[in-house]
Design a protein around this ligand. Structure first.
Ligand code: 5GP
Ligand code: ZN
Length: 113
């Protein structure tokens, strides 16, 4: 996806502070953190959002959910954390490449919506 910000980060055209990488997944620090730890985990291949997850591409999402606890452990999030994926305009999605926010390092707000 030529004009996708996160595809550009995957390619290295835009710099990021990487915290984890393998052949399928990249994780990097959010540029505008909303908690002491705020990391984005993305598939390297473009998927627009949760709404585009299907039987063909769901295995990368399962893989992401094996990577998330490893990142949380490496970040020392021993008291827990929150995983969020905003989807579409009502969901507040601003970058249209599937990503999972890992938020932690403080007691998070109980407000979900
Ligand atoms: P969304 O609002 O789509 O759920 O999340 C997009 C996230 O990407 C936001 O938290 C925003 O701060 C982050 N973001 C936007 N542009 C960049 C960037 O160039 N680099 C990094 N590391 N994060 C970004
Ligand atoms: Zn993309």
């Amino acid at each position: 996806m030529e004009n996708c910000l996160f595809c550009k980060i995957v390619k290295g055209d835009i710099p990021s502070t990487k915290v984890y990488e393998d052949e399928l997944v990249l994780a990097f620090r959010d540029i505008a953190p909303m908690a002491p730890t705020h990391i984005l985990v993305i598939p390297k291949n473009h998927i627009g959002s949760v709404a585009e997850v299907n039987a063909e591409n769901a295995s990368v999402v399962a893989h992401i959910f094996t990577v998330i606890p490893k990142i949380a452990e490496a970040e020392g999030l021993v008291h827990g954390y929150r995983v969020v994926s905003n989807c579409g305009s009502d969901g507040g999605q601003t970058v249209h490449h599937l990503h999972f926010h890992i938020l932690g390092g403080k007691k998070l707000s109980t407000e979900m919506a």
